[in-house]
Design a protein around this ligand. Structure first.
Ligand code: ATP
Ligand code: MG
Length: 346
């Protein structure tokens, strides 16, 4: 048997980028031989194994054929006669379809050319067999756009045909969310949505989403929230119903959408907003929200001056329950007013 490094590690090597995980392809072997060498199978019908020590993925060279309409109706064909070239041919993009044997690069589909011309291009017509590839192209553009990459017009054409053939309906929500979340973590998430728009998939997947033109350099939940600033609460609700969005992402999106543009004319307004955002009990979430609120400095300093209230003093006055709550509220307003006055005296 013969083992080659494949996929992202080869691509990133050539781009001079760091790569965290390595994928390997094994030509001329069988599941039985792999098991004998103490590789552990991943799943049941999948010809993929984990290395006993490094735990990296080793896949038997395979071809794939789509058997049914829709999705995941694939028949894998992995036997020792499947060649490296055949295995590389079923991959999505040419830049992902290269292998390395030591220092030698095996590149039957001109991935190096496309790296040079900064093109995301499909390997073969078999591209149309898996709609996940629509999302992957978007994600890779989101990742490499800053290097000057674009989608090959012919690939985009194929993607449009796939959408017109109804392939998007076959995508499972889990996978759509997984790819979307990963895209949100890339340098230019807006490109992910742009590509989906260009091939006609955006509306089918996400409805009438108004995607911002750019995303600031924040973490995924904050970026998710900023995705909905120009949409309605209902848009957030239906998105989260359709896809397995984590609760924290959704909370941020809802709060930012509702309160981002709150007018702050006086200390009462400011404290009312801090309380609606639950800033005193959820300080970390508040920090995340500040990244997309329109008055972050004002809110932050008001929060800092009002977060420590002498509650025991109020309790000693015999206050409790609702009255105590109201007294705390008033006390907070007072501290904000005082800090504004102090600021004016300076
Ligand atoms: P990353 O840096 O995100 O890991 P990657 O290129 O390594 O990027 P993986 O999802 O780890 O992407 O997949 C490894 C390789 O498997 C890809 O480079 C590609 O060749 C192939 N591949 C993965 N998913 C698909 C797919 N849906 N269709 C075709 N080929 C795929
Ligand atoms: Mg990978």
């Amino acid at each position: 048997m013969k083992i080659y490094l494949v996929g992202g590690a080869v691509r990133d090597n050539l781009l001079g980028l760091p790569h965290h995980e390595k994928d390997w392809v094994v030509v001329g072997s069988t599941p039985e031989e792999m098991m004998k060498l103490n590789f552990r199978p991943v799943g049941k019908d999948f010809p993929v194994f984990l290395h006993p020590e490094t735990h990296e993925e080793y896949a038997l060279a395979r071809t794939e054929r789509k058997t049914g309409k829709g999705y995941t109706q694939f028949v894998f064909h992995a036997d020792p006669t499947v060649t490296l070239e055949e295995d590389l041919k079923r991959r999505d993009l040419t830049i992902n379809a290269m292998a390395m044997d030591g220092d030698k690069i095996i590149d039957p589909y001109d991935g190096q050319d496309d790296l040079e011309h900064k093109l995301l291009r499909h390997v073969s017509e078999a591209f149309v067999e898996d709609p996940v590839r629509l999302l992957r192209v978007g994600r890779f553009l989101a990742r490499f756009y800053y290097l000057g990459f674009s989608v090959d017009p012919k690939t985009l054409l194929l993607m449009r045909e796939m959408v017109q053939a109804g392939e998007v309906d076959a995508l499972v929500p889990d996978r759509v969310w997984q790819e979307t979340d990963r895209a949100l973590g890339e340098k230019n998430p807006e490109k992910f949505f742009e590509v989906l728009e260009q091939c006609g998939a955006l509306k089918i997947l996400f409805g009438n989403l108004h995607v911002p033109r750019n995303f600031k350099d924040y973490k995924n939940p904050v970026r998710f929230a900023s995705l909905f600033l120009n949409n309605t609460l209902l848009d957030i609700e239906s998105f989260c119903k359709k896809y397995p969005v984590p609760a924290y992402y959704r909370e941020l999106a809802v709060l930012a959408n509702q309160y981002q543009k709150t007018e702050l004319k006086n200390p009462e307004d400011i404290i009312a907003l801090l309380e609606k955002l639950d800033a005193y009990r959820r300080p970390e979430r508040f920090e995340d929200l500040l990244l997309i609120m329109i008055n972050p400095e004002l809110l932050k300093s008001a929060y800092e001056s009002s977060k420590i209230i002498d509650i025991t003093k109020l309790q000693k006055l015999g206050l409790e329950g609702k009255d105590l709550g109201e007294a705390i509220h008033q006390e907070r307003i007072k501290t904000v007013q005082e800090s504004i006055n102090k600021f004016r005296e300076l």
